[in-house]
Design a protein around this ligand. Structure first.
Ligand code: HEM
Length: 310
């Protein structure tokens, strides 16, 4: 029986995303593998101190790192996230060998686990980004909109986020795209709420979708709705977290998207940045700048344990 990592864990009050690059050489690779084998135990040790807080940690690997760390074939669809350049906005592709997506009901558990992980990787890996996210009121992002409503639930969430029989060697795994966005909140807050509603395609206060007839084709929800050849919607699982520092004037959304295939998220990104049709880009980007972007493969727990032992 293949057990996935905690990809489908519910949206939490606190999250910490850690992206590291692994140093060259056998020693660094072997220390990273050892950590993979011990990660479940570490999560249990930290998480048991408050079981109600439901600490979880998902670990994923970038294309450049896989063959350096593991002596095992890479998943077919794992590659470097391509940078996407639209006429006005750009989604960068930034380095990332290993990602840890840590979630819990309390920030201290996330903090402690990240500390333990980095202690284990000291001298073997360098952190390139750490983002501590928090729940903002009723799942609002810092633009003030409820974020996550259209996430699939139940069986549909597993179908959206987990690899199935189409790639049996990697079944129960997932592809994860993370991107850090910084918002220009002064400019956003100068926009009347009716105009903000048209950018997202929902009503800000009530969170109800605007009727399709009056929703601009550039609205975020229109450009991120992807359909297959039969007209069925292809969903992803999003775990976006607000983050920031009022003193530093930093207000952001950390985009975290899981999918059974990376092509779905990449299509959404092309629609947002290049536009559909070209030029009809996502107006959320006039107020939000992507400053990082990486793609990772998240093995099933079953495969992770095997890789950790190798
Ligand atoms: C600045 C960054 C972003 C913000 C603030 C943001 C915010 C939102 C909000 C408020 C919604 C509507 C409610 C909901 O269903 O969650 C939404 C929907 C959605 N977003 Fe984003 N988002 C961001 C980036 C992205 C990116 C990068 C992707 C994919 C590559 C994405 C994919 C989606 C999808 C698939 C939906 C659901 C569309 C639907 O079925 O109606 N978002 N987002």
């Amino acid at each position: 029986m293949i057990e996935p990592q905690a990809v489908l864990a519910p949206l939490s009050r606190a999250a910490l995303v850690l992206v590291v690059t692994v140093h060259d050489g056998d020693e660094a690779a072997s220390r990273t593998r050892d950590l993979c084998g011990d990660l479940s135990g570490l999560v249990r040790s930290v998480g048991f101190r408050d079981l109600d807080a439901q600490l979880s940690c998902v670990v994923g690997f970038g294309a450049a790192a896989w063959s350096r760390i593991f002596d095992s074939p890479a998943p077919r669809r794992l590659h470097k996230l391509p940078a996407i350049r639209g006429e006005k906005h750009e989604a960068p592709s930034t380095p990332g060998d290993v990602v840890f997506h840590i979630r819990a009901g309390r920030p201290d558990l996330c903090f402690e686990l990240a500390t333990q992980i980095l202690t284990r990787l000291s001298g073997a890996a360098t952190p390139v980004d750490e983002t501590q996210g928090f729940r903002f009121f009723d799942f609002r992002d810092l633009l003030g909109f409820v974020d996550g409503t259209e996430n699939p639930t139940g069986d549909a969430s597993a179908k959206a986020a987990l690899i199935g029989a189409e790639d049996p060697d990697f079944a129960g795994g997932s592809y994860l795209v993370v991107q850090k966005y910084l918002h220009d909140l002064d400019a956003w807050n100068r926009l009347p709420v009716e105009a903000q509603n048209r950018v997202i395609g929902r009503d800000k206060l009530s969170n109800v979708e605007m009727p399709d007839e009056v929703t601009p084709s550039s609205a975020h929800r229109m450009l991120t709705t992807i359909k297959d050849a039969d007209g069925n919607e292809i969903k992803i699982m999003r775990d976006n977290m607000p983050f920031g520092s009022p003193a530093a004037g930093e207000f952001g959304t950390y985009f975290i998207g899981y999918a059974a295939s990376p092509t779905v998220i990449e299509q959404m990104l092309r629609n947002m940045f290049i536009g559909d049709p070209t030029g009809n880009y996502d107006r959320i980007l006039d107020f939000s700048r992507a400053v990082t972007g990486s793609l990772f493969f998240v093995p099933s727990l079953t495969l992770l344990d095997t890789l950790g032992d190798s």
